[in-house]
Write a protein of this length. Structure first.
Length: 200
């Protein structure tokens, strides 16, 4: 098993890497439209695929750590970072799918004879698409910042103290590990899980 220092470093680097994925997708989407233009359906399809991939990456990161049975490591701060990022990631997907629907409408009627009603409908679709794309970009930025800030906070202990904490004799004192000496009568619960009550 890796020691406290190296494992904290691995977790921090992984958070940074996932944050960069969000930033790359945000940059691609932000560069695909302007005040007067929208992405085509091919580009939008690639973007939607990338967005759903981000959500899967976040859920996989949580699953990997939630399924880790090592009693000596507390993945709570890392899991919290990924689950917090899942909310803006989900909003990004929701907003982009709404934009995607409008792009489909514009594509469907691109060659239709222009009538007053159709012109109004096209303009409305264009405006909705731009609005949803803006919201998507904002949500991706929020997820990026969430992950970056979490990574910055992961074990900010000075290196010399981390080295001391990683020694077997002092490992219990690390704020990144679950204390091994717990009262025998107290069950181990996650902080957000309520105490079960027996119904009589």
């Amino acid at each position: 098993m890796t020691n406290h220092t190296s494992r904290a470093g691995l977790e921090r680097n992984e958070l940074y890497a996932v944050a960069r994925e969000f930033e790359e997708v945000r940059h691609a989407i932000a560069g695909s439209y302007t005040t007067n233009s929208l992405p085509d359906l091919v580009t939008a399809s690639h973007h939607l695929s990338a967005l759903t991939g981000l959500v899967k990456d976040v859920s996989d990161q949580v699953l990997f750590r939630a399924d880790d049975n090592d009693p000596g490591l507390d993945f709570g701060p890392v899991i919290a970072a990924y689950t917090s990022a899942s909310a803006p990631a989900g909003r990004a997907v929701t907003n982009y799918t709404e934009a995607f629907e409008q792009l489909g409408f514009l594509h469907k009627y691109a060659e239709a004879p222009a009538t007053a009603d159709l012109r109004d409908a096209r303009q409305a679709a264009f405006d909705v698409t731009r609005d949803r794309l803006d919201l998507t970009v904002d949500s991706l930025q929020e997820a990026f910042v969430t992950l970056r800030h979490a990574a910055d906070r992961i074990d900010g202990t000075p290196p010399r103290i981390l080295a001391a904490l990683s020694r077997p004799a002092s490992r219990e004192n690390s704020n990144y590990r679950v204390p091994t000496k717990l009262p025998a009568t107290e069950p181990i619960r996650l902080a957000y899980m309520p105490v079960s009550r027996h119904v009589r």
